[in-house]
Ligand binder design. Structure first.
Ligand code: PLP
Length: 434
């Protein structure tokens, strides 16, 4: 499998090259040259297959010759060694819980897969790869955890000081070893701007092999398809599900749509957004207008110009009509999000996190009376554990959230961060002298 740049200037790349580069030299996103088709047999027999078998079957065509089968099998087994349960919330509404990984958010899968691929690609080289990543919260923890101790890979995480939750900060600042956390005196956009400038800086690129671990990287983006197969494996209704995806950078939902184009039955997709409504506006007006990011309580979706949306358009060859047949999009404000968390807790005893709440709200709105329809129904992705957003959730449900056992140790760890102003020059000086 080759990958072409969506800017159509750079030459095609293998999976290995695309993973190491992150972004094509012409600044385009890499996109698979062909979309694999899954056999009807595979879909019909999906319930008899293990997660590992599904993972291998789905990922193999995308990885191609870049990784031998036995190594790929191991990478997949390690990547998905936790549960992805489909939980009934009420009627025909289900939560696909993607927070059972080590950092309690769905980004674990992409980060674990990418880190192991890079570890394999670096196996014989004494060269180092430096992974640069800006985070509004969840990416940093998942990348830190996924890349910890991977040979030949250094990870530098930039996060906005005081703008991530306590659990999120502990997850990205306490690991040490090959992980460094830069606490930037500024916003997420400032962190992102520094990272972007670093990728374009001649001196830094001469000294280091830089790559990105954001969802523009194919090795982080593509394995997210697996959630949708795991959901379908557990789906008991006749009609395929409507799937609502809390969306920010549109990597996750784009992976779902890709799985569908490959043959996975899905009735409809909903991109559930917060006040950052570029895509809902686009589907209404046909005009794509990036905006400045608005801060919300579902902060992992605070994205004013979603990088992966061009991949969604590419899947439909920019035919908006075809896209609208399969995708709807909603924008849901903070007040409705909080009210939803409260309502679902009181009525159904299920605790949503703010991102899942946006997904739930959009799904219920879309299904309408279909909530009662026994032959169908819908799934929303619960993308993070509510304990990652304790202030918002505890206020909404008026109850303390229990801290899951597997993260209690975090509270005894020592935070280690390097404080820095939101200045590219300061960052560059630090990078050149470390
Ligand atoms: C990253 C994230 C999202 C948004 O996912 P995209 O792939 O960027 O659309 C949603 N919810 C949570 C909890 C996240 O961490």
């Amino acid at each position: 499998m080759n990958y072409y740049s969506l800017n159509k200037i750079s030459p095609p790349a293998t999976f290995e090259e695309a993973t190491i580069k992150g972004q094509a030299p012409d600044k385009g996103l890499y996109f698979p040259s062909t979309i694999p088709t899954l056999s009807k047999d595979f879909i019909a027999n999906i319930k008899t297959k293990s997660k590992e078998e599904i993972g291998f079957e789905v990922m193999k065509p995308f990885v191609g010759e870049s990784i031998p089968d036995d190594v790929l099998q191991n990478i997949i087994t390690e990547t998905i060694n936790f549960d992805f349960p489909l939980v009934n919330v009420h009627n025909n509404v289900y939560a696909l819980e993607l927070f059972h990984g080590p950092t309690l958010a769905f980004k674990d899968v992409g980060a674990r897969f990418m880190s192991r691929c890079l570890g394999y690609f670096n196996r014989n080289k004494n060269q180092h790869t430096t992974v640069l990543v800006a985070t509004s919260g969840d990416t940093g923890g998942a990348v830190a955890n996924g890349f910890l101790g991977v040979d030949g890979v250094d990870v530098i995480i930039l996060y906005p000081s005081k703008k991530v939750s306590v659990v999120q900060e502990l997850q990205l600042t306490t690991l040490g070893k090959n992980i460094s956390a830069l606490e930037i005196n500024g916003s997420f956009d400032d962190c992102q701007a520094i990272v972007k400038e670093a990728f374009a800086d001649a001196d830094l690129n001469k000294k280091l092999t830089l790559t990105s671990a954001n969802s523009i990287n194919v090795a982080r983006w593509l394995p997210q398809q697996l959630y949708y197969f795991f959901a379908y494996q557990q789906w008991q209704h006749e009609e395929p599900p409507v799937i609502s995806v809390p969306s920010g950078n549109f990597g996750n939902i784009c992976a779902g749509i890709l799985a569908h184009v490959s043959g996975l039955p899905v009735k409809h997709f909903i991109a559930a957004c917060n006040a950052n409504d570029v895509v809902p506006q686009f589907l209404q007006s046909g005009e794509y207008q990036p905006k400045k990011t608005i801060a919300t309580i579902s902060n992992a979706m605070d994205v004013g110009n979603p990088s992966n949306f061009v991949r969604v358009l590419e899947l439909f060859r920019h035919q908006i009509k075809d896209l609208k047949n399969i995708l709807s999009s909603y924008s849901i404000g903070d007040a409705a999000t909080k009210a939803t968390i409260n309502e679902v807790f009181n009525q159904y005893n299920y605790t949503l996190d703010p991102h899942g709440a946006v997904g739930y709200y959009a799904l219920i709105d879309y299904l309408g009376d279909g909530v009662q329809n026994s032959s169908g129904g819908g799934i929303f992705l619960e993308t993070a554990h509510p304990v990652k957003f304790p202030e918002t959730v505890e206020e909404a449900i008026n109850t303390k959230i229990e801290i899951p056992d597997n993260i209690k140790y975090l509270f005894n760890q020592q935070k280690r961060s390097i404080q820095m102003n939101a200045s590219f020059d300061d960052f560059k000086e630090w990078m050149m002298n470390r």
